[in-house]
Design a protein around this ligand. Structure first.
Ligand code: AMP
Ligand code: MG
Length: 419
């Protein structure tokens, strides 16, 4: 057996980042920016109001008080998008809406909630002075020209996409979203439209792995199901060239008589193929190689559904993130207090215990191992949001601390709020 870190290092060394290319902004969410973008335009592009109210000359309001209010004559209205000018002279004010350009002559805005209208709405009355610059957004206050909008290496969030749009850009150069083919192998696999005959099972891995790919923000490519037949497996892998950046197979990498995936990879990968026994449970067997000709990395995952998922999280995910240009390759890991014992026997392997991780009202992370830790028990994995990492030995007693990988951050929930 080899340590997980060694298996991961081998895979990572064969999965360099994909070449950057420009993509439309609406395809870039979650991708990694490959070239720093500097601002060519200031944001905001002009001085404007941050409130609905009245644009004034602050000097006119300097003496305003409750006993001696100041009245300013309204000379017009500026709306967001107004192009006309409504200059404000001494003793005057203009009605102004949020986002409207500040009229010439004015240097402050007073919120409408803090003043009154008189004389049939033609005069605005203030009972206190307004500071120059109040309720005003200056040019470049958000982004000054020449400053960095998005640095190379940044994982693009919705806010980054908006900031790029603020620069008048419709594209951004990123490491493209990787396209990942998923192929199931096994003579026993039946599709959903077939009635099961004796010895057959449903193909659970393909939809599971396609969905794991999608959850990473990658593009899933369904390569179908083939039997335990070397020619069929080879043909399916050849068919992935040009359509995929990587391929995941499940089944056929163990020590059984029909484990043909490892045979095909050995033949087709020209020396780069490695068949590994990784010192983890589940997901010990794993094969990896780069297909000769197409250069496609192929991840041979084990057939047991939980093993396939864990192998995905521990080996495929970091490699795919590297291909996508991400700097952070690993799951968020938190130290958590174990609820109930986690018992195990020494076997030379690190165990990844399917668990539910919660953050309690007292701020502590707690991890509850789920019942049913065998590698075919997909229904249990389906409930897990985390994998507790239990080192070789006799396990962890209740109240002890373990490191926990958050594999499903979207399934981490806090308090449900007021009852
Ligand atoms: P293998 O790795 O091919 O020896 O398969 C290990 C176990 O996983 C066997 O019980 C298989 O029947 C099962 N298995 C293989 N492929 C799938 C799949 N696509 N969906 C569900 N179970 C599978
Ligand atoms: Mg099999």
């Amino acid at each position: 057996m080899i340590p997980l870190a060694e298996a991961e290092a081998y895979v990572l060394s064969h999965c360099p980042p994909l070449a950057p290319r420009p993509v439309p902004l609406d395809e870039a969410l979650g991708c990694v920016c490959a070239a720093t973008v500097a601002a060519s335009e200031p944001v905001p592009p002009f001085v404007n109001s941050s409130m609905d109210g009245y644009a004034v000359r602050s000097i006119d309001t300097a003496a305003a008080s409750e006993v001696a209010p100041v009245g300013l004559r309204l000379v017009g209205t500026v709306l967001a998008g107004s192009t006309g000018s409504v200059p404000v002279g001494s003793g005057q004010a203009a009605r102004i809406m949020t986002g409207a350009p500040l009229p010439d002559g004015s240097d402050a805005v007073v919120m409408q909630e803090t003043c009154q209208l008189e004389d049939d709405g033609t005069v605005v009355v203030l009972e206190q002075p307004v500071r120059s610059g109040s309720c005003i957004r200056t040019i470049g206050q958000d982004v000054a020209t020449g400053t960095t909008v998005v640095a190379a290496g940044t994982e693009l969030t919705p806010g980054h996409l908006g900031s790029l749009a603020n620069q008048g850009l419709s594209e951004v150069t990123v490491h493209p979203r990787i396209r990942v083919g998923v192929l199931s192998t096994g003579d026993e696999l039946a599709t959903a439209d077939m009635a099961l005959t004796r010895g057959q099972i449903r193909d659970a891995n393909r939809p599971t792995l396609l969905a794991l790919v999608e959850r990473q923000g990658w593009v899933p490519v369904d390569l179908g199901t083939v039997g335990d037949d070397a020619a069929e497996v080879a043909e399916a892998l050849d068919g992935a060239a040009g359509r995929c950046d990587a391929v995941l197979t499940s089944g056929g990498v163990s020590v059984g008589d029909a484990d043909v995936v490892k045979t095909v990879l050995r033949e087709r990968c020209d020396g780069s193929m490695r068949w590994m026994q990784v010192a983890i449970r589940p997901a010990k067997p794993f094969a990896f190689g780069i297909l000769e000709g197409s250069g496609l990395p192929v991840f041979g995952l084990p057939g047991n559904p939980v093993s396939a998922m864990v192998s995905f999280e521990l080996l495929v995910r970091p490699a795919g993130r590297r291909m996508g240009g991400h700097r952070h390759l690993h799951h968020l890991t938190v130290p958590a207090t174990v609820v109930g014992d986690i018992r195990r026997r020494p076997d030379g392997k690190t165990h990844y215990i399917r668990s539910v991780l919660t953050i309690e009202d007292d701020g502590a992370w707690r991890v509850r191992p789920l019942d049913g830790q065998q590698s075919h028990q997909l229904s249990v994995m389906a409930e897990a949001n985390a994998l507790a990492v239990v080192a070789d030995g006799d396990g962890v007693a209740a109240g002890g601390t373990v490191s926990v990988l958050v594999v499903a951050p979207d399934r981490l929930h806090g308090s449900t709020g007021p009852a």
